[in-house]
Design a protein around this ligand. Structure first.
Ligand SMILES: Nc1ncnc2c1ncn2[C@@H]1O[C@H](COP(=O)(O)OP(=O)(O)O)[C@@H](O)[C@H]1O
Ligand SMILES: [Mg+2]
Length: 258
């Protein structure tokens, strides 16, 4: 049975999309069957793996809000060898549209993913930078949540809010949800700040923090403009090594309770 991992943090720019793409790619190069779900209306994951707009017949919006299935929307990629469910800007309206539904609005994504879950080893969901109904849908559908934390000054700010959202979703919609791990991103070993943030996050979250961390690496920020994961763009880069190590760690880890 596949494992559904939501990559979530309501802060923008912390490395969610970079992590979703490159973790999914890393897992797929380790021969795992991976479905990558773009669940952010900005569609950065969709563009980041080089999907031409004209190839998108149906998007996650049509799956979520209409009668379409994941299979209607999925696109098979060859490099990396995974399957993508694309997102378009339509998804921006879904939060408000769902709000009008009285029942079941938190389980729309779960209902669609449960049908195809067994066909994959991993389903990675790239979440939007908010704590609205889209995020609730992702957390309700997920088995676990992977939280990227950027090594910067206010790193821990906002995490309390995210953790209470996770607890609320656990209580109301998904009692099996656990924290897959906390991932330190954009780590810069030359700065005292990065080291301090790392220490603080490890002190607070202890063994829930991945041993692998993602360095600040310009190749990681260039790869999406070529529509490539880091493994096609520059497999020898520090970024590629870090995401390969993370993929290995995810494949062997025992995720922790919240
Ligand atoms: N490890 C990294 N090193 C350098 N740049 C990075 C790294 N991770 C992400 N970036 C860049 O930082 C910006 C925000 O990252 P992104 O993954 O889009 O964050 P989010 O999805 O949380 O908004 C992007 O321009 C991305 O290319
Ligand atoms: Mg993003």
């Amino acid at each position: 049975m596949g494992k559904i991992i939501a990559v979530a943090n309501q802060k923008g720019g912390v490395g969610k999309t970079t992590t979703a793409i490159n973790l999914a790619a890393g897992l797929s190069y380790f021969n795992q069957k991976v479905l990558l779900v773009d669940f952010d209306p900005q569609g950065n994951t969709t563009q980041g793996v080089g999907t031409p707009r004209e190839n998108i017949k149906f998007s996650i919006y049509n799956v979520l809000m209409e009668n379409h299935t994941i299979n209607d929307a999925k696109l098979k990629l060859t490099h990396p060898p995974l399957t993508l469910v694309p997102a378009t800007i339509d998804l921006a309206g879904a939060d408000l549209e769902m709000a009008e539904y009285k029942v079941g609005r938190e389980r729309l994504l779960k209902n669609k993913l449960d049908v195809i879950k067994a066909e994959y080893d991993y389903i990675i969901i790239d979440c939007p930078p908010s704590l609205g109904l889209l995020n609730t849908n992702a957390l309700t559908a997920a088995d676990s949540v992977l939280i990227p934390v950027q090594c910067e000054y206010y790193a821990l700010e906002g995490l309390t809010q995210l953790l209470s959202t996770i607890r609320l979703v656990q209580r109301l919609f998904n009692d099996k949800l656990i924290i897959e791990g906390i991932l330190l991103t954009m780590f810069d070993a030359r700065t005292k700040l990065s080291l301090e943030v790392q220490q603080e996050v490890r002190k607070y979250f202890k063994e829930r923090v991945y041993r692998s961390f993602i360095p600040r690496n310009v190749k990681l920020s260039e790869a999406p403009s070529r529509g490539q994961s880091i493994f096609e763009y520059d497999v020898r880069s520090e970024g590629a090594k870090a995401y390969a190590a993370l993929a290995k760690e995810v494949m062997t880890a025992n995720p922790k309770e919240v």
